[in-house]
Design a protein around this ligand. Structure first.
Ligand code: TXA
Ligand code: MG
Length: 342
């Protein structure tokens, strides 16, 4: 693909004229990365087939994996969907703007490569002031997957985006670190009983409090099921070195580490502060405190990216609780891992 000069706009406050420049590039059919409350997205005009194609090219993304469409206000939703089921409406009341993508019946208005030919479409209103400002300034629906090269962890800083996509995209709006740190929850509201296709920033219990019982996709519960969300079938987030998740406590982790070290392997640890202390480690990738799973989740992708900068043969990762945000955390960690050790 053609080499582009990738502009970086560092934004500290609003209003900001650089957001206007980014919006104009989007209107011209270019690709621009921007921060959201979950991860950075790589945006392009969702009404422009060619612009959307550049997203797939820049990321090296398989074209059968549909993109999420980002909007800056709820009013425009009806332009792109056939209808908004009552439960979807309630979810928007409760969680928009926020880390929840809602799958709705598409009316076919947007470029066909956005939905990879499906008759449904994922819509989301992000909860980030720069994202909203950008969406409103360009006045377009913006298709945006995470702004990483396909297969790599989603970016939680502008530096991650630059590392993966410099020279491949028109620009990056740098808004500092993102908050949630893993992608939005994806929920299919075209079914009578909505189904969570991807766990994320909004938890199942948050959703059930708002609309009652929902299903969790079989592919989330059990890794080898055929996924309903096309993107969930690809290997994700994987650093170059293999990651093993070690169930059980510090003693088990010590045993597994020792065995690998005896085979001459250089082992690194991806653990909580508490676990690092129990193991007496002076070198580890520390995710945060076990008492704060949200913090651990928000640090996960940066730590996975750090693995590639270290000289290691094997990473042993702690297994965390799947309660609340832990469902999303462990979903991503399991998909990055090559093995679970009991
Ligand atoms: O937090 C997020 O959602 C981020 C930020 C940038 O908004 N975006 C993101 O996009 O994670 P992406 O493309 O990396 O993930 C989109 C997921 C994929 O698993 C895709 O298969 C699924 O949503 N998806 C999109 N449209 C769908 C549809 N119509 N039906 C089922 N799954 C869909
Ligand atoms: Mg992604």
């Amino acid at each position: 693909m053609a080499h582009l000069h990738t502009k970086v706009w560092t934004i500290d406050a609003l209003p900001n004229p650089q957001i206007q420049e980014a919006a104009e590039l989007l209107q011209q059919g270019q690709t621009v990365a921007f921060p959201t409350e979950t991860v950075y997205g790589l945006g392009a005009d969702a009404t422009n087939e060619k612009a959307v194609r550049s997203i797939f090219e820049a990321k090296g993304r398989p074209s059968d994996n549909p993109l999420i469409v980002h909007i800056g206000s709820r009013d425009v939703l009806k332009q792109y969907v056939k209808d908004v089921p009552a439960q979807a409406s309630k979810l928007m009341d409760a969680f928009w703007p926020g880390p929840l993508t809602i799958i709705l019946p598409s009316n076919g208005t947007l470029a066909t490569n956005v939905t990879a030919g499906l008759d449904t479409i994922g819509m989301r209103m992000p909860d980030h002031p720069y994202a909203i400002e950008l969406l409103q300034a360009c006045a377009l629906p913006i298709a945006a997957p995470s702004a990483n090269r396909s297969g790599k962890p989603s970016p939680t800083t502008a530096e991650h985006v630059y590392h993966d996509l410099n020279g491949r995209i028109a620009g990056i709006v740098d808004g500092g670190r993102t908050g949630v740190g893993v992608e939005s929850t994806v929920i299919d509201c075209t079914l009578d009983k909505p189904m969570i296709l991807r766990p994320g920033g909004v938890t199942q219990s948050d959703i059930e409090t708002a609309i009652g019982p929902v299903d969790l996709a079989p592919s989330v519960v059990k890794k080898d099921e055929q996924p309903r969300s096309p993107g969930m079938k690809y290997k994700h987030y994987a650093p170059d070195a293999p990651i093993w998740i070690v169930r059980g406590g510090s003693d088990r982790m010590r045993e597994v580490a020792l065995e690998a070290q005896q085979q001459g392997k250089h082992v690194q640890f991806l653990v909580s502060q508490e676990r690092a202390e129990e193991l007496g480690l002076n070198e580890a990738l520390i995710l945060g405190s076990q008492k704060n799973l949200a913090d651990i989740t928000s640090n996960l992708y940066d730590s996975l990216r750090q693995v590639d900068r270290l000289d290691v043969d094997l990473v042993l990762a702690e297994s965390f609780s799947k309660k609340g945000i832990g469902e999303a955390l462990m979903n991503r960690l399991e998909r990055a891992a090559t093995k679970v050790v009991q």
